[in-house]
Design a protein around this ligand. Structure first.
Ligand code: ADP
Ligand code: ASP
Ligand code: MG
Length: 411
């Protein structure tokens, strides 16, 4: 039997009714002759609640226990989905990550999947089971502890299963009907894309478009998984949603294909650090050891041998970053006068493979923001993206005005 992977995100399993609705979709695919692997997220809001409980209990938590707590939301929906399918006379059972087992690295709260042996589940398919419901977002480390794959990680679970089981397709069911030129909740002129290249989707995801977790796109690209994003609230159809595919399969290509934003970004400034060889290593070494994901970096011009160093990192890593830098200062490895964390910023990025061959995108982006009176705090560029850090209060305005400026509403 051909295998199909269907992933249902938090809003698609938010209530018992929605689980029923999702189960009906699964039953339709079973009726077509597929063996189906269903990956479920926790009910929407659940993971946030669990993360909140952990932070309140222990701000510098032991990541192994964080994973033990936050992985639990998916266990509930996996069991409920299996029960719902059974009630519809579809032979189904649930699996938690460790039961499959989904083998991951030991990097708690951001583990990577290393291997998914298919024999357990395949044996059950052989015995007549039609649906394997797997709790997304979780796995087991070589030490035998529960791990999680980072926020949004159920997408990655889904793609990894599609690769491991050589699935015909991996369908990601979510609360929007595809991938748009920008978040349709922020810009009403956002346009749905029929297709998007892996490269562009990868950039959009890594720059904040949370419709797919970055790692899931990486895996789909590497293992040539046919990946589709679609809504669980629309009527089933073969052409629904957005296909994430190779660049060659896409005819139209705008210079800029999408705008992404991230509000989970903080700007940290070390004031008055010595300007000497080795200073960057002295700052970013301890940050790296503390597991901080540093993104943008700027070092200002030095005056009288001292300079300011600014970098950005995810908001939820600010406390750890402060600790790492203050510890390095206390140990005499680093000298700075002040450490200022600004969590009132947002990162806005324009993405497009057309930028490889066209110039002027950065100029247009800066002019557009300037026309709106939006001050740019930090800039970073790569081959197919330009990102800026701005005050959080301008986030929506920046996204909408850039969407207009690059005429993304037009195909
Ligand atoms: P799920 O719970 O199904 O995993 P997520 O909330 O993780 O859903 O991702 C879907 C959300 O991603 C949408 O509701 C939308 O607000 C947001 N989003 C951000 N950028 C985009 C984009 N370019 N296209 C579509 N959705 C986007
Ligand atoms: N429930 C997890 C989260 O909210 C994983 C997921 O939904 O993909 O991040
Ligand atoms: Mg998600």
């Amino acid at each position: 039997m051909p295998v199909l992977v269907m992933k249902f995100g938090g809003t698609s399993v938010a209530t018992l009714d929605r689980i029923k609705r999702a189960a009906k979709r699964v039953a339709l695919e079973v009726a077509k002759g597929y063996d189906v692997i269903v990956i479920v997220s926790a009910m929407s809001g659940k993971t946030n609640e669990l993360v909140g409980w952990v932070n309140e209990t222990s701000p510098l938590y032991d990541a192994r226990e964080y994973d033990a707590v936050v992985s639990s939301g998916e266990n509930v929906t996996a069991g409920l989905m299996a029960l719902t399918l059974q009630e519809m006379d579809v032979p189904a059972r649930s699996w938690q990550g460790w039961q499959v087992p989904v083998k991951t690295t030991s990097a708690h709260s951001s583990a990577r999947i290393e291997e998914i042996p298919s024999d357990n589940i395949m044996a059950k398919f052989g015995e007549g089971m039609k649906v394997a419901v797997v709790a997304g977002f979780q796995g087991i480390s070589p030490e035998g502890r529960i791990t999680t794959l980072g926020r949004g990680g159920s997408d990655t679970t889904a793609v990894a299963f599609a690769a491991a089981f050589d699935a015909e397709r991996c369908d990601i069911y979510t609360d929007v009907d595809g991938v748009y030129t920008t978040d349709p909740r922020i810009a009403e002129k956002a346009r749905k894309l029929d297709k998007i290249s892996f490269e562009e989707m990868l950039e959009l995801a890594s720059l904040g478009a949370k419709v797919l977790q970055t790692r899931s796109v990486e895996l789909a690209m590497r293992y040539k998984v046919k990946l589709r994003v679609l809504s669980s609230f629309e009527e089933p159809s073969d052409t629904a949603g957005t296909l994430v595919c190779d660049e060659e399969e896409i005819m139209e290509s705008n210079v800029v294909s999408g705008i992404a934003y991230s509000r989970d970004e903080a700007k940290m400034t070390l004031q008055s650090v010595e300007d000497r060889p080795g200073i960057a290593a002295a700052i970013f070494g301890p940050l790296s050891n503390a597991g901080i994901n540093v993104d943008m970096i700027i070092q200002n011009i030095a005056e009288e041998g001292r300079t300011d160093m600014t970098f950005s990192c995810p908001t939820d890593q600010v406390i750890r970053a402060e600790k790492a830098l203050n510890d390095a200062k206390a140990a005499g490895e680093l000298n700075f006068s002040d450490l200022i964390a600004d969590t009132n910023v947002a990162k806005i990025s324009a993405v497009g493979i057309g930028m490889r061959s066209q110039s002027g995108v950065a100029a247009k982006m800066f002019q557009t923001l300037s026309d709106e009176g939006i001050n740019i705090k930090v800039i970073a560029t790569s081959e197919i993206k330009i990102s800026v850090l701005v005050d959080r209060k301008y986030m929506e305005l920046a996204v909408q005005s850039l969407h207009d400026a690059f005429e993304l509403e037009k195909a």
